[in-house]
Design a protein around this ligand. Structure first.
Ligand code: ME8
Length: 645
C-alpha cells in the first residue's frame, strides 16, 4: 500500500429496487471493517455508502408498486440507511443519487468530458439488459438475445444517444493495469479485466431517451429528452460525495484507497470508471476490490431471484458481531460462499466460544482465584519470551493482509496468538505453579494471557466492535487509537491492571435459531410463522414459483454427446422460432432414438450453461428414485410451447 494520509473507502451504492440482503451487508461490513481499522490506526478516514436511485429498473419497480420513482426511492433508500444505522456501520456519508448536489456534480462531469471531445452524439442500436442496466454488443450475447451476465432476455434499443469514447482509452487502461499490479484485487480478477479490454472496447452509450428517470444533461446542451445512463450517474457518486463539481469540500480524500464491490459490477468499476476519471483528468483509485457471491443452495443470492436472506434476521438471532465474524472468516475474499446456519453456529461455538471466549473466562477465573484480579506484566518476558515473540510475529503480519483484502487470512493469523495462549495454560499449568509456590511465574503466565487477549481484542475490534470493547474493558482499557498505538504498534505490555468479571460473551448455540434464514422483502410479509416453520423447508410465494417458466416441448433430434457417459444432446421444439438445445444427464436411462418425437417438460428461462463444452439452454423435468429416472411428460399431447402452471 502506498502511504496516503487520507483513506477513502466506498461501497457500491445499492439499487433501491428492493431491500438489503446479506450480500449487501457483506460488502458494507468489509468496508466498515477497513474504515474502523483505518481510523483506529490514526488515519484520516472517509467512508461512503449510499443508494443508486435512477434508471429504468427503478422506474419500472416503482411503477409496478403504483408509486412515483421518487417516493419509492425515498422509501427503500431509508430502509438501507436504517439497516446500516442499526448495524452501527461507521459511514461518514450516505449519498443518494437523487441528491441535488450529486446531480449537479454529474452534469458538471458530463460537460467536462463533452468539452474535452470525449462525448459525441449518434444513434445507438443494440441490446440492453434492464436487470443489469447494461448494453451488450451482439458478439457478447448468448444466443443473440440473452444477457451474458444474468441470462435474462435483452431488449432491442434504437435511439439517439450520446456516446463516450471508451475505445480511445483502451491503451491507457491497459497501461494502468500493467503499471499497478494491485489496482484490481484479487489479482486473478485483474487478469480477467485485462483480457476483456484487450479484446477491444466499443464506445459507450451514456444517455437514454426512452424513459425519464435520470439526471438530465447539462442545460446548455439543450437536449432535454436525454437522461444520463444510470452507470455514469452512479459511478460519479464516488466523486460527488466529496463535493466534486460543487463545494469540493472533501476532495482531499480523492483518490479512493479502495472501492469495495462484488464481482458482478467489476467491469463498470475497472473499465468504465477509470476511463471516465482519465477523461476528467482525475487520479485513479488505488484499489478496486471485488469479492465473490453469497449463494443459497449454490445459486447467487439476488433480489430478482427472491432467494435472499435478511441480514437483520440473522444478526438479531445470532448477534451482530458473530454474524460479522462469520461472514469475514468463512469465505476467502473473492470466492463465493454458501450461507448455512450450521457453518455459522460452528464458527460461533468453536472459534469464538472455545478459542476466544473460554480463554477470557479462564483468565478471569485464574486472576480472581490467585491474585484477586490484580495483575502486572513485569515478569512476562522473563518467563515467556518465546510466547510473546510468537504473538508479536502474528500481530505484525495483520495490517498488510487487511489492506490487501485478505481478511480471512487476517483472522486466521489472529487466531494463532489465541492458540499460543490456550496451549500455554495447558503446558505450564498455573494451578501447579501456584501449588509449587512459583507465584511469580504463575502471575507472569496470567499476564501473558491477558496481554495476548489485549492484542487480539484490539486487532479484532474492526470486525467485532462490540464484543472486543467488552473484552478490553474487562482488562481495564478501551480500544482506541491510543491503545492501538501503545499495545500493537509500540508492542508495550499492559501495566498493572485489574481484571473484572464479565458474563460469557459467546454462549454455546445448540441448534439453528432461525426456522429458515430467509426473508425477502415483499413476498415474506404474507408468510405466517407456522408456514415458515413447516418442516424447516423454505417456503416460497407464488411469485417465486412463477419466476420459473415451464413449457411443453417435443424432442426433434437426439444424439449422444461425444466423450460423455451421462449426457445426451437434444433439440427441443418449445414453440419458439428455433429449437432449444438442451444437454441432459439421462443417457443411462434413455436411448436417443426412444426420445425423438416424445414430449417433455422444459425449464425455459434457465440461464444458458455449458456442459462438456456444449451449450445447454434449458433443463428437462425428471424424477429419480430407486426404480430409476423417468422424464415428466404431459398426460395428453399438448401444443409445443404450452405453459405449465
Ligand atoms: O449493482 N453476494 O447495485 P446492487 C455478495 N447500483 N454480494 C452481493 C450479492 C451476493 N449474492 N448480491 C449483491 C448495483 N451483492 C449498482 C452499483 S456502484 C457505483 C452502483 C452486493 O444493489 C455486491 O457488493 O445490485 C454487489 O456488487 C452489490 O451488492 C450490487 O448491489
Amino acid at each position: 500500500m502506498s502511504c496516503h494520509k487520507t483513506v477513502y473507502i466506498t461501497t457500491p451504492i445499492y439499487y433501491v429496487n428492493d431491500i438489503a440482503h446479506i450480500g449487501h451487508a457483506y460488502t458494507t461490513i468489509i468496508a466498515d471493517t477497513i474504515a474502523r481499522y483505518s481510523r483506529m490506526s490514526g488515519l484520516d478516514t472517509f467512508f461512503l455508502t449510499g443508494t443508486d436511485e435512477h434508471g429504468q429498473k427503478i422506474e419500472e419497480a416503482a411503477k409496478t408498486r403504483g408509486k412515483t420513482p421518487q417516493a419509492y426511492a425515498d422509501e427503500i433508500s431509508a430502509t438501507f440507511k436504517n439497516l446500516w444505522d442499526e448495524f452501527g456501520i461507521s459511514y461518514d456519508r450516505f449519498i443518494r443519487t437523487t441528491d441535488d448536489a450529486h446531480k449537479k456534480g454529474v452534469q458538471y462531469a458530463f460537460q467536462k468530458m463533452f468539452d474535452k471531445g470525449d462525448i459525441y452524439k449518434d444513434i445507438y442500436s443494440g441490446h440492453y439488459c434492464i436487470s443489469c442496466e447494461a448494453f451488450f454488443p451482439k458478439s457478447q450475447l448468448v444466443d443473440d438475445e440473452f444477457c451474458p451476465e444474468c441470462g435474462k432476455i435483452t431488449s432491442i434499443v434504437e435511439e439517439e444517444s450520446y456516446f463516450f469514447r471508451l475505445s480511445a482509452y483502451q491503451d491507457k487502461l491497459l497501461a494502468w493495469y500493467e503499471e499497478n499490479p494491485n489496482c484490481i484485487l484479487p489479482k486473478s480478477k485483474r487478469n480477467e479485466v485485462i483480457r476483456f479490454v484487450e479484446a477491444g472496447l466499443e464506445d459507450l452509450s451514456i444517455t437514454r431517451t426512452s424513459f425519464d428517470w435520470g439526471v438530465k444533461l447539462p442545460s446548455n446542451l439543450n437536449d432535454p429528452k436525454h437522461v444520463m445512463y444510470v452507470w455514469l450517474d452512479a459511478l460519479m457518486n464516488y466523486l460527488t460525495a466529496l463535493g466534486y463539481g460543487n463545494d469540493e469540500e472533501r476532495m482531499q480524500y480523492w483518490p479512493a484507497r479502495v472501492h469495495l464491490i462484488g464481482k458482478d459490477i467489476l467491469r463498470f468499476h475497472a473499465i468504465y470508471w477509470p476511463a471516465f476519471l482519465m477523461s476528467l483528468d482525475m487520479p485513479l483509485p488505488k484499489h478496486i476490490a471485488a469479492h465473490g457471491w453469497w449463494t443459497r443452495d449454490g445459486q447467487k443470492m439476488s433480489k430478482s431471484k427472491g432467494n435472499v436472506i435478511n441480514p437483520k434476521e440473522v444478526a438479531d438471532a445470532y448477534g451482530l458481531d458473530n454474524f460479522r465474524y462469520f461472514m469475514l472468516r468463512e469465505v476467502p475474499f473473492g470466492g463465493d460462499g454458501d450461507f448455512s446456519q450450521k457453518a455459522l453456529i460452528d464458527r460461533i461455538n468453536s472459534d469464538l466460544g472455545n478459542d476466544l471466549g473460554n480463554l477470557l473466562n479462564r483468565l478471569i477465573g485464574m486472576s480472581q482465584k490467585y491474585f484477586d484480579g490484580k495483575i502486572d506484566s513485569t515478569n512476562v518476558a522473563k518467563y515467556y519470551q518465546a510466547e510473546l515473540d510468537e504473538m508479536k510475529a502474528s500481530i505484525a503480519k495483520l495490517e498488510p493482509s487487511l489492506f490487501e483484502m485478505q481478511i480471512h487470512r487476517y483472522l486466521e493469523e489472529l487466531w494463532r496468538p489465541l492458540s499460543v495462549a490456550n496451549k500455554s495454560i495447558d503446558k505450564y499449568q498455573p494451578w501447579v505453579l501456584m501449588k509449587d509456590g512459583k507465584d511469580e511465574e504463575a502471575m507472569a503466565l496470567v499476564a501473558l494471557i491477558a496481554n495476548i487477549l489485549a492484542n487480539v481484542a484490539i486487532m479484532l475490534y474492526p470486525i467485532m466492535p462490540i464484543a472486543t470493547q467488552k473484552i478490553a474493558r474487562a482488562l481495564g482499557f478501551e480500544v482506541d487509537n491510543n491503545s492501538w498505538r501503545k499495545i500493537v504498534k509500540e508492542e508495550m505490555l499492559l501495566d498493572t491492571f485489574v481484571i473484572s468479571k464479565i458474563p460469557p460473551l459467546f454462549p454455546r448455540i445448540e441448534e439453528p435459531l432461525l426456522a429458515h434464514a430467509k426473508t425477502s422483502s415483499t413476498q415474506e410479509s404474507d408468510t405466517t410463522k407456522e408456514e415458515k416453520e413447516d418442516k424447516g423447508v423454505a417456503l416460497i410465494g407464488i411469485d417465486q414459483f412463477f419466476q420459473t417458466t415451464l413449457k411443453i416441448g417435443t424432442v426433434i433430434e437426439a444424439s449422444e454427446l461425444p466423450k460423455s457417459d451421462r449426457l445426451l444432446l437434444l433439440q427441443i421444439d418449445i414453440g419458439e422460432a428455433k429449437p432449444r438445445q438442451i444437454v441432459a444427464g439421462i443417457k443411462e436411462y434413455y436411448s436417443p432414438d426412444s426420445l425423438v418425437g416424445t414430449q417433455v417438460c422444459v425449464v425455459a428461462n434457465l440461464k444458458p450453461a455449458k456442459l462438456m463444452g456444449t451449450k445447454s439452454e434449458g433443463m428437462l423435468l425428471a424424477a429419480k428414485d430407486e426404480n430409476g429416472l423417468h422424464l415428466i411428460r404431459p398426460e395428453a399431447p399438448k401444443t409445443n410451447g404450452t405453459f405449465i402452471k
